[in-house]
Design a protein around this ligand. Structure first.
Ligand SMILES: Cc1c2[nH]c(c1CCC(=O)O)Cc1[nH]c(c(CCC(=O)O)c1C)Cc1[nH]c(c(CCC(=O)O)c1C)Cc1[nH]c(c(C)c1CCC(=O)O)C2
Length: 356
């Protein structure tokens, strides 16, 4: 029996992930829902705590839609956080205003043994309800992105008990007790895979896996703790939910970006701000659909410098090869919303570069 090929999507973001050099390039911004928007701050105040916002579908749907209303982005990203996975596994997680996340740090084997993958999907019910609500609420041409943190980055928060400058405790586990650390990573691969498959079943059309701290590891450990776990999650999605594109974000991977793409099999890869665009055209675009990589601080500074940096990405990464316009990391709270409007206008009105 021959399979009917899927109808080409009317969603520019999904067309780009399918390999089409869409013009103007589809655009969304990492952390597009957040504190730079006054309407986000108002909803967050109504919700109470940050986790209440994540676990109350009406609020979470509302804050996901807020940046779409202003800027008509090509994709919506589920409003949640990467740290709902440790929370779902039974670890204590809190978000303190002005302090960022605080977790009860995992100290030993006994703490590891308490993590329970069996409770993840039940815990995530409200988040999955948000995904289902969003898939009905977003405009027809907007794609819905589900996401999770990568095992390595999530493990750093679980072991350090929050943010960290040098990940010294996590690295000491990874290097000194790789057997124990592998158990944590395996737990996260299972929980994250279950959670992402459930997001797809609730309506997510693409998945992004955030490995914010991938660049902290030397090569051999990058292969073992970044590439291998993300590769296993991506392979599971390919086999259990074929056709749903996965975007990896191995922030700080540098010259290992091509290796990351080849070894994980991701369809898309998000380039951080430090990746030179001309290098990415040669080294990464033949292997995957790229996304990125405007410095989020350009959206703070604004003006001609923002325009010039935007044009550089449009002229190099876009037009010839499929590319999704985005930032190289999340938008920051001090961003003036009018600079995002300026960016959108610049991208949507740009003339397609003439092919050399
Ligand atoms: C490392 C990481 C986290 N969370 C995330 C990452 C990976 C991406 C990256 O590197 O930026 C991912 C994330 N966090 C959030 C989203 C929502 C969707 C979106 O992008 O719009 C996404 C995709 C909401 C959030 N997650 C958080 C906020 C701010 C919370 C508030 O309203 O006070 C938002 C909107 C809190 C958070 N969450 C995290 C930290 C360190 C903090 C505190 C620092 C900060 O406030 O930015 C962990």
């Amino acid at each position: 029996m021959s399979q009917t090929p899927a109808a080409p999507s009317s969603k520019p973001f999904l067309r780009a992930l399918g390999g089409e050099a869409v013009w103007p390039p589809p655009v969304w911004l990492m952390r597009q829902a957040g504190r730079y928007l006054p309407e986000y701050r108002a909803t967050r105040a109504d919700a109470g705590g940050f986790l209440d916002l994540c676990y109350t579908p009406d609020f979470a749907v509302e804050v996901t839609l807020q940046p779409l209303r202003r800027y008509n982005f090509d994709a919506a990203i589920l409003f949640s956080d990467i740290l709902v996975v440790p929370h779902a596994l039974g670890q204590h997680v809190a978000f303190k205003q002005g302090e960022g996340p605080v977790l009860d740090a995992l100290k030993d084997e006994a703490d590891l043994a308490k993590l329970d993958t069996g409770r993840v999907l039940d815990h995530m019910r409200p988040v999955l309800e948000t995904v289902a609500g969003l898939s009905k609420a977003i405009p027809e041409t907007t794609a819905l992105i589900g996401f999770a943190g990568a095992p390595w980055t999530v493990a750093t928060y679980m072991i350090e008990g929050g943010g960290s400058k040098d990940f010294a405790t996590t690295k000491a586990w990874a290097y000194g007790r790789p057997d124990l650390f592998a158990r944590l990573i395996d737990t996260l691969v299972t929980a994250t895979g279950d959670y992402l498959i459930a997001q797809i079943d609730a309506g997510a059309e693409a998945i992004q896996i955030f490995d914010t701290w991938a660049g902290a590891l030397p090569e051999a450990d990058f292969m073992r703790w970044v590439v291998d776990p993300i590769g296993r999650i991506a392979a599971r999605i390919r086999s259990e939910r074929p056709g749903v594109p996965v975007i990896g974000f191995p922030r700080g991977a540098g010259v290992l970006y091509p290796t990351f793409v080849r070894e994980t099999g991701v369809v898309g890869v998000s380039l951080d701000t430090s990746v030179p665009c001309d290098w990415a055209v040669e080294a990464v675009q033949p292997l995957a659909v790229t996304q990125g990589n405007l410095d989020p601080i350009h959206l703070v500074a604004g003006g001609d410098a923002q325009d010039a940096a935007t044009d550089h990405i449009l002229r190099t990464l876009c037009g010839k090869n499929p590319h999704i316009f985005n930032l190289g990391h999340g938008i920051v709270p001090q961003t003036p919303p009018e600079n995002v409007a300026r960016l959108m206008e610049r991208i949507r009105n740009a003339a397609r570069p003439v092919e050399a």
